[in-house]
Design a binder for this molecule. Sequence first.
Ligand code: CMC
Length: 443
Amino acid sequence: MANNKSESTQTAGTQTATLTDNSTGKTVELPILEGTIGPRVIDIRRLYAETGCFTYDPGYTSTGSCDSAITYIDGDEGVLMHRGYAIEDLASHSDFMDVCYLLLKGELPNQTQREIFEHSITYHSMLHEQMLYFYRGFRRDSHPMSIMVGVVGALSAFYHDSTDISDPHQRMVASHRLIAKMPTIAAMAYKYSVGQPFVYPRNDLKYAENFLYMTFAVPCEEYKVHPAVARAMDRIFILHADHEQNASTSTVRISGSSGANPFACIAAGIASLWGPAHGGANEAVLKMLQEIGTKERIPEFIERAKDKNDPFRLMGFGHRVYKNHDPRATVLRESCHEVLEELGKRDEPLLDLAMELERIALEDEYFAEKKLFPNVDFYSGIILQAMGFPTSMFTVLFALARTVGWVAQWQEMIEDPNHRISRPRQLYNGPMKRPFVPIEKRA
Ligand code: CMC
């Protein structure tokens, strides 16, 4: 269960690391901690008190920010596990509701637990009717992610009865509300942008199916969700459900560390996810493929990606953690071919172009040497486009799926007895103290 983690984190026997400050000759012994798997960590909590020094790690490439039992990634081996289950197994044998339960509670649900959980999520999917007016304040051409940041943040104004973070029941209700309402909020952001009426959720539909229904149905005719599309959607949700301490998850944890309410914290996560280096990459992949346009132009773009003086990067390639392959990309690559086949879009020119780009990049020495492989976003954009989503919705779907991960990580943080407000320090490089200059004497 979720709170196993404090038992499994232990000092690795008597192992310590010794740090000597050669300028002062001062030596400090730092404990080394060991988790269940993964690299050991040097516990530097006493470093400042004992040496007067901070550590310097911009981008946190060597920093473990928390103690977690939710997700494990081995970037060299291309491993991603949630609560010990491999992502490939979850994607093949379970569904998103199972994965949500697993992330939140630490175990896969039995039949009864599953029914209760699914019922709770289904029956929290409607939005407060007043929220519909909130949408109308946005311009019709607003990016749906900007609507998501606003509307999700605004949930705290509508659901006061689940903002007391010290009450475990309220935390649970807020978590279920967020997972349940996110598809409704996302579908409404889409409907608003295309000028169609909002479609209310249906309790007889499964989670992914319901989302597709709210997005693509219109009141004037019957709409049936294509089963292959619903399956692929569910799989995309599974593959994006959590990913350890990435930028948006860390943003949620940092926001939550001050005691902010969960709706505000998830809105902060959505804002962080929006960036093109993170969740915005799937949208950027499609834009890049459209810009490349034809196979003949691929070499030109490959050369640009390699040119240090050109800011262009091959979107959908590279990852901060995965340096061999992205296991999510492997699963999605398969799904991508299946879905396009089922939808009769196998000859989709963009897929053809993407496959050729992938082939050329993987054969290129630059990408091999820097260990740059296609990541999950390289394929998700192609599938989502084939399903009928506009590119502006791609990151919204990522946010929808990642909500459960954010919520699970937020809950874990609140329940962690070691949690404190996140407050990093810095290496100050600004001016020394200087006298104030009155305006008439300023240059
Ligand atoms: N195209 C060309 N060169 C690249 C790319 C790329 N996509 N990614 C990294 N490099 C080069 C980079 O120029 C650098 O070269 P050098 O060592 O000569 O300076 C080297 O590879 C290492 O790059 P980095 O920026 O230090 O690596 P990072 O770990 O800080 O960045 C990344 C990871 C994902 C931000 C980056 O690979 C990138 O910008 N990729 C494109 C955007 C993208 O697809 N993002 C989605 C990530 S997966 C979804 C998610 O989990 O959020």
